[in-house]
Design a protein around this ligand. Structure first.
Ligand code: NAP
Length: 329
């Protein structure tokens, strides 16, 4: 970072899996990080952040909830960039998708953007969107199809198939672009696939839990996955702010694989590991069918993302699960 002034940035939902890595990388680059959490008094949500290098000097925690209007104002004030990552991640069925997923995702995003509009220090907003809001537009998905940033998921299709997480991310991104365009906000979105990689937080999050389940023999959807390393995702957020020409959306997928291929690679990495017989969960995570397709890396590469090799990501995920006590192998 050049110049004498230390640049302040905001990270919403800072205790989350992806956001914790983002906070770590931002502190490593010398930024002042104003981080929001729902409960600053919960050590499980804060201790891993407070112990990061640079945290003592440059990390400031704030309490904020996506559904409390104005609760981001004091955090965003004085920041050059706002990284909006907070949003509920829930793939299982829910009795109230509106309250549990859609309202926090959509109203929360608008709430954060309204705060950004109030403070002219904010030069860019980086939104953590998802491949969920990219891949489902009704066009056929087959192994030779390459999905890219020009694809937009159709909320009607998501609703029809009761894919509530996919719907929440699609509607949130749609609302964000509309608000940004109408209010002169420089918005960039990062659209990762299924994120795995080492954990910083002491709890296990939903996507890394899939790897734990796979190894311990619990039911895992026998789907195709489009995977990406959490460290690539965090870096992409920073590049989306630091690279002046960054614009629009960035799909982030390093490796597309069926769950059986993921299992094979784990077995190669840990030849003596006995993976129990699994009963397969027929409910796919995100799509009503189980399509295999590719995702373009071109735009992400132009942003400077190198992509961790998939074997490294998988090994680092498993080693992290062992170290945190989530796997005993
Ligand atoms: P995570 O660890 O569950 O993080 C979600 C974060 O959102 C948590 O910090 C959570 O706060 C916060 N949050 C949820 N509801 C909130 C509310 N009402 N008010 C304030 N904060 C709230 O999951 P993650 O995987 O890191 O996900 C982070 C972002 O990446 C999300 O936007 C997600 O949609 C997106 N994403 C994730 C993946 C993936 O594979 N993991 C892929 C694509 C996109 P608490 O800690 O207080 O619960």
């Amino acid at each position: 970072m050049s110049g004498a002034r230390k640049v302040a940035v905001c990270v919403t939902g800072a205790s989350g899996y992806i956001a914790s890595w983002l906070v770590k990388l931002l502190l490593g680059r010398g930024y002042i990080v104003k981080a929001t959490v729902r409960d600053p008094n919960d050590p499980k949500k804060t201790e891993h952040l407070l112990s990061l290098d640079g945290a003592k000097e440059r990390l400031h925690l704030f309490k904020a909830d996506l559904l409390d209007e104005g609760s981001f104002d004091s955090v965003v004030d004085g920041c050059d960039c706002v990284f909006h990552t907070a949003s509920p991640v829930l793939f299982s069925s829910t009795s109230d998708p509106q309250a549990e997923l859609i309202d926090p995702a959509v109203k929360g995003t608008l709430n954060v953007l309204k705060s950004c509009k109030k403070f002219p220090t904010v030069k860019r907003v980086v939104l953590t969107s998802s491949m969920a809001s990219v891949m489902m537009n009704g066009k056929p998905l087959t192994p030779d199809v390459v999905v890219d940033e020009t694809w937009y998921s159709d909320p009607l299709i998501a609703e029809k198939h009761k894919l509530w997480y996919l719907l929440s991310k699609t509607l949130a991104e749609e609302a964000a672009w509309k608000f940004a365009e109408g209010n002169g906000i420089d918005l960039v979105s990062i659209n990762p696939g299924f994120v795995i990689g080492p954990l910083l937080q002491p709890t296990i999050n939903l996507t890394v839990e899939m790897i734990q389940n796979l190894i311990t023999g619990k039911a895992v959807p026998a789907s195709n996955y489009r995977l990406i390393d959490v460290r690539d995702v965090a870096l992409a957020h920073i590049q989306a702010f630091e690279v002046p020409s960054a614009t629009g959306r960035y799909c982030l997928v390093s490796h597309a694989a069926h769950i059986s291929e993921v299992l094979e690679i784990i077995q190669q990495l840990y030849p003596t590991l006995h993976i129990p017989e699994r009963c397969e969960d027929d409910n796919p995570l995100l799509l009503p069918s189980d399509p295999q397709f590719q995702v373009s890396k071109e735009k992400a590469k132009a942003l400077g993302i190198g992509f961790y090799p998939f074997e490294v990501t998988l090994k680092d995920t498993i080693e992290s699960l062992k170290e945190k006590g989530f796997l005993n192998i």
